[in-house]
Design a protein around this ligand. Sequence first.
Ligand SMILES: *Cc1c(COP(=O)(O)O)cnc(C)c1O
Length: 399
Amino acid sequence: MKTQDYIKLSETFGARNYKPLDVVIERGEGVWVYDIEGNRYLDCLSAYGALNQGHVHPKILKTLIDQAQKLTLTSRAFRNDQLPFLYKELCELTGYEMAITMNSGAEAVETAIKIARKWAYKVKKVEDNKAEIIVADGNFHGRTVTIVSFSSEDLYKKDFGPFTPGFVNVAYSDVNAIEKAINMNTAAVMLEPIQGEGGVIIPPENYLKQVSEICRKHNVLFIADEIQTGLGRTGKLFACDYEGVRPDVMIIGKALAGGFYPVSAVLSDRQVLGLFNPGEHGSTFGGNPLGAAVARTALKVITEENLVGNSYKMGEYFTEQLHEMPQKNIKEIRARGLLIGVEIKKDSGKARSYCEALQKKGILAKETHETTIRFAPPLIIDRETIDWALPKIKEILSK
Ligand SMILES: *Cc1c(COP(=O)(O)O)cnc(C)c1O
């Protein structure tokens, strides 16, 4: 079978909710992936940040195999011997008092929304069913009906209503808009510290700090969605660390299990997460021993291999080198660590066509929206590999 045959199969039997590049990958190793025709590519997407540790990391693979031979699922009706350690290690790594694990990122976002609402009723004494959560335009928090209810992207929500009430949208990067939107019913402000899907939008300096101060002043929870930016992607453990901000509630996912397994989590302190009572929330697969064991090793790899420091260093180098290239097609380069967005000028064509050209050179990157190319390789990438990619990127970007 050839690439086109796989594409045809997929288009015939699969829902067409994605428009992937025409490459059929069959193997991955570290920063590299291989297609069915034997071509090698540098993965500059890392599954939207789920592969910070690189493809098929040997240590995580070993844990997956060992644990799969012992125990995979108990459901939370019983206890397992892995989840308590994942909770503990997550709290020790991040400095939060409690954690709750789910599977997908969207589920963790839903979990954060539920607990913020409960906090509003139980602690802040907001009137029943009146709780509001303030969110930003341009956000991406997932695909459930509740989450797309507060998306500002028409494509994500058109024809999927009716929507969940209780959300207030304000402009991103605008502190005053948040303060104005806060009222006695406000439970939380929920933001991405950098809008990844929104086009690698980095808010102005001190924005997160000011938002967090406003939240404290008005007795409102600050929820950070670090599903994409967290666990080293931006060159710090969390993007919020750049401003010394400790959100009341932290949402993580993606790289939490190194690309082997869907594991997400919400982290907070006892006064918030302690409000969940048995039966109020749950998931059959959430916190299963296979996922928990894999996540424990995936976290260990991040610290043992100093992926956070490497992300900072390599990100700085990669970005610096992008700035050195001819800028004739580039409108702006926005980067923190190895989350790098290159916005293409309006008259220079679509980002997609640049991604297709990069593919032919052996580099897989994905556009976000129509104008921005995202470079987000696994955090294990070294200088030599970046140096391999740079001339190819330069050639494509200066065409
Ligand atoms: C990917 C992502 C999500 C959703 O995660 P899924 O695992 O796809 O449900 C939520 N928030 C942010 C910031 C993301 O990047």
